[in-house]
Write a protein that binds this ligand. Structure first.
Ligand code: ADQ
Length: 493
């Protein structure tokens, strides 16, 4: 991957993270290894076709490592933006994940409003914008990703008015009354309004943004007066018209919903032997339940464990015939609330196994690590019941990955009403994670349907599979990009 000095691109993706991991070999030599993900897979064809560039932080604050731009084997230019240890603490852990993350997830924990973090957020957004301004060709299309970079569209609009700019938010957008807590609310809204198109997963998030931008009038621009009925791109029913707002500089900014999905081709294809090997390792129980999450307080892992425990306690579930596998990826481990959540989850796992396990036969199998995609796919395929009990989730790709691994209609999905995915995956056993009885009922219904109503269970899972199969991440990316092309001046053709 040789450095490519001075290269520019007519399609630029900007995300907090570059799709690479830093690997240091035993001999001390260092290498950047591409890290595959749904977003990269979906955007690779467009990036390759347009000699595209990805701008982002490479995931390390070690400034001794080379931070020159380089090309991947498939020809995508990766353009690193450096973050110091202080940036990481204040911009990433602080403002992004201890201020915005809890605020945007409906205050599951209290957001911290700290002026020094805000200042770091502004500085890092400015730095990203300067790097994008360097690599974007005249009239390039720039697609900005997620809550860490909400000021970027506005700054970029000033630095490079020739660019076509799209923004997509991967997490929920909260109700205006919650958002208005944020001391820097006008600046964030103004930053977003630098884009030509602002995309959300759901119409409700888009409507929250429209309501807010109308309330913060003057600073954020005025509404066009069109009804707030939003087109949902990439969904079967398309409702028109789109909503738009007029930015303070007179541009018309489109606001629309594009529900993200998964890359079906990168999920892996576990064999029957892979699946029975997992079931064997777990003692061949009748029912395998599975949870797969970043260890985040928004995901409702603890409540899921409590519901499982109570179902064992009341003998609704048989500990000799049921196991729960919980795979929790380490996440944001230096933030206090994440440490507390991990301690509570691990305490519950220990308690449940202490109460209901036997020697060599735990009822909860808990892994605090990331699994390779192939292994994860085998777990999805081996599981009978997937538990997705998030208190709030922009979309939740895990629910879609599970559905994709059950083309034969086997299995059942328990899904929180508060995950964006519930809007499309309405054939799941929906539950309210704030109500333990509701979670227990959904788990019970899933178990009961598999054992007593196999035809109904099969119909439900097949409907889920069809939805995911026909609405993948490529549809999402293409819908967004063609909408952006149709609703802005300039940019790539
Ligand atoms: P996340 O909060 O990270 O994403 P999610 O959508 O479920 O949540 O995506 C997690 C991804 O990580 C999945 O692809 C999953 O396979 C993978 N993963 C999780 N645990 C893993 C493990 N232990 N080992 C290996 N892989 C694991 C944010 C928003 C979501 C939104 C996405 C995409 O919070 O609401 O759906 O972005 O927009």
């Amino acid at each position: 991957m040789p450095p490519q000095d001075g290269a520019t691109a007519d399609f630029v993706v900007v995300a907090n993270r570059l799709p690479v991991d830093s690997v240091t070999h035993p001999d001390g030599s260092h290498e950047w290894v591409p890290s595959p993900g749904g977003l990269v897979a979906a955007l690779s064809p467009v990036l390759a076709q347009h000699h595209g560039c990805w701008v982002g932080w490479p995931g390390t604050t070690d400034d001794s490592l080379s931070l020159e731009p380089f090309r991947t084997d498939s020809g995508i230019l990766l353009h690193p933006v450096s973050l110091s240890a202080a940036d990481y603490a204040e911009f990433y852990e602080g403002f992004s994940n201890a201020t915005l993350w809890p605020l945007y997830h409906d205050l599951i924990v209290q957001p911290i409003y700290q002026r020094s973090w805000w200042s770091a957020y502004r500085q890092v957004n400015l730095r990203f914008a300067e790097e994008v301004a360097k690599v974007a060709s005249p009239h390039a299309t720039v697609w900005v990703q997620d809550y860490q970079l909400q000021l970027l569209p506005g700054i970029l609009r000033q630095l490079r008015p020739d660019l076509r700019i799209g923004f997509f938010l991967h997490i929920p957008f909260p109700a205006a009354d919650l958002f208005r807590q944020l001391p820097w609310r006008e600046e964030i809204v103004r930053g977003l309004l630098g884009a030509d198109v602002i995309g959300f997963h759901l119409p409700s998030y888009a409507n929250n943004f429209l309501t807010l931008s109308r309330q913060i009038s003057g600073a954020a621009g005025s509404h066009t007066g069109q009804p707030d009925e939003l087109t949902v791109y990439g969904k079967a029913q398309i409702r028109k018209p789109d909503a738009a707002i007029v930015a303070p500089d007179g541009r018309r900014v489109q606001v629309a919903a594009f529900p993200i999905s998964i890359d079906l081709s990168s999920l892996g294809h576990p064999t029957a032997e892979d699946i029975s090997a997992i079931r064997r390792k777990l003692g061949n129980p009748d029912t395998i339940m599975l949870g797969v999450d970043r260890l985040d307080y928004t995901k409702g892992i603890l409540q899921r464990l409590q519901a499982f425990e109570q179902l064992l306690e009341h003998e609704t579930l048989d500990p000799d015939q049921t196991v729960l596998v919980q795979i929790a990826t380490p996440s944001r481990e230096r933030i206090k609330q994440y440490q507390q959540e991990r301690a509570r989850v691990e305490e519950a796992v220990g308690r449940i196994n202490g109460r209901f396990g036997k020697l060599g036969q735990p009822v909860v199998h808990y892994l605090h690590r990331s699994l390779p995609k192939a292994e994860l796919a085998a777990c999805y395929a081996a599981a009978d019941i997937m538990l997705v009990t998030a208190f709030k989730d922009g979309m939740n790709l895990v629910a879609k990955e599970f559905a994709a691994m059950h083309p034969d209609g086997s299995g059942a999905l328990v899904l929180s009403e508060f995950a964006g995915a519930a809007e499309e995956l309405s054939h799941a056993h929906l539950c309210n994670p704030h109500d333990l009885e509701s979670v227990k009922r959904a788990i019970f219904n899933a178990v009961y349907s598999l054992s007593h109503q196999p035809e109904d269970a099969g119909r439900r899972m097949q409907a889920l599979y069809q939805q995911v199969h026909t609405h993948d991440v490529n549809l999402w990316a293409n819908s967004f990009l063609s909408f952006l092309t149709d609703h802005s001046q300039g940019g790539m053709s």
